[in-house]
Design a protein. Structure first.
Length: 179
């Protein structure tokens, strides 16, 4: 599934950001403003070992733009973490191995590997609290209203939940994690 060669061939987040077409201004604007809260920076020091993060995404995805800028900032703060970006549609084997609820090709997905590419877990497509709301209360709203509420949630959260859950995935006590 994942090999050193496949991983190395994928773009880094800065390379990906230079190539985004859909939502380009949003991707760049959010990334420029994304800054990790100080208390979460403390958690960064508790991460042990080296990690490879593989992100499955597409530039048109609103959840991706609102989550991945924070994952990229987190990786920047951690020299022992490397992040590469993979197209969901261009990597169906990776996507099909990480389906939401076993059925949906929802993105983004962040897959954590050890240095020797042993998968230890994955996260996605949204922070736990937001995903729960979308699948319960959110379904009661018309689609346009639901997406407006999702965008408001991301704006209030400022990446905190995503970062906490990724840190948990990497073995820190910061958050509840997903998988």
């Amino acid at each position: 599934m994942m090999t050193a060669e496949r991983y190395a061939a994928a773009p880094t987040f800065p390379q990906y950001l230079r190539e985004v077409k859909a939502n380009r201004d949003l991707w760049h604007g959010l990334f420029e403003r994304a800054a990790l809260p100080m208390d979460l920076l403390e958690q960064v020091r508790t991460v042990e070992g080296s990690w490879k993060l593989a992100v499955l995404t597409e530039d048109w995805c609103g959840d991706a733009v609102n989550s991945l800028v924070w994952v990229a900032r987190l990786a920047e703060m951690m020299p022992e973490v490397e992040l590469r970006v993979f197209s969901r549609d261009g990597n169906p084997d990776l996507m099909d191995a990480h389906l939401t609820d076993g059925t949906a090709r929802s993105i983004p997905v962040v897959i954590a590997y050890t240095d020797d590419f042993r998968e230890v877990g994955w996260w996605g497509p949204r922070p736990t609290e937001l995903q729960r709301w979308v699948k319960e209360e959110g379904l009661k709203l018309p689609v346009d209203e639901r997406y407006l509420e999702v965008r408001r949630w991301y704006a209030r959260d400022r990446g905190r939940s995503t970062v906490e859950e990724i840190l948990s995935l990497l073995g820190t006590p910061a958050g509840a994690g997903r998988r």
